[in-house]
Design a protein around this ligand. Sequence first.
Ligand SMILES: C[S@@+](CC[C@H](N)C(=O)[O-])C[C@H]1O[C@@H](n2cnc3c(N)ncnc32)[C@H](O)[C@@H]1O
Length: 256
Amino acid sequence: MTQRARAVSRYFDEVAATYAARYADRGPAGHALAVRWQRLFELLGAVEGPALDAGCGPGLLLAALGERGIAAVGVDLSARMATEAARRAPAVVGTLDHLPFKGNAFGIVIAMGAVEYVDDDQAALAELTRVLRPDGVLLASFPNRFSPYRIWKNAVFYPVVDRLRPLVSRLRGRPVPASVTAYHHHYTVREVQARLQALGCLVEDVVSLNMQLVPSPLDEWLPWLSVALSRRLERFGRAPIGRLGTAFLVRAVKRR
Ligand SMILES: C[S@@+](CC[C@H](N)C(=O)[O-])C[C@H]1O[C@@H](n2cnc3c(N)ncnc32)[C@H](O)[C@@H]1O
């Protein structure tokens, strides 16, 4: 396992038991998850399963797909996440860049907030399309390289927090919690479109998500402002201003 995979797996193991509660959070973190989920179901359309949720986390999406009559299986690098998910639907431990499934096995392949954590993200995209059957639909989200919110967070906020975290933990006499802030790829829409096209997919739709304009840590101190602003702007997900979103969601179809 690479250093990145170890750090990512450790972080998501640590948060596995509490991750599902983030969906009920009324602040910016909860809004980001809620809007991604909403857009995902808008873009899904009437596609036949079975579905794969790659990087399924605690399996909330697997359960939601099941409720819509779509058989779904999850895979996650974090053993604890896979255990959480398996309480809701079939789920196994595995990595996106070596998926433990046969080719052309799924009508729907979903990867929400997962590809960016993989060392070899190109291999991950190749695997996601390999297990998708022809005419099947891939729905994947990607962090937006041009999001001002992310640029600030990566250049200023995270480096400061990452320096303070060990100090604060030591003062409290606690172990330093795992962090993945340094292990996060970022993308442009154009780059993702080109990569998926080269893998034999037709990119049908791209929508921006989570128009976060209030920089950290102000977004946490004034969550109502941050969420209210984002909510107002979400409708511009397909307009040029939508490129301010912290992420974008791609719907692609595998060519025959
Ligand atoms: C941000 S969480 C998103 C969870 C879920 N998809 C959701 O939208 O709520 C990212 C998930 O991807 C998983 N993950 C990260 N790298 C992975 C990899 N290489 N292979 C499989 N899963 C991975 C993590 O363990 C974690 O559960």
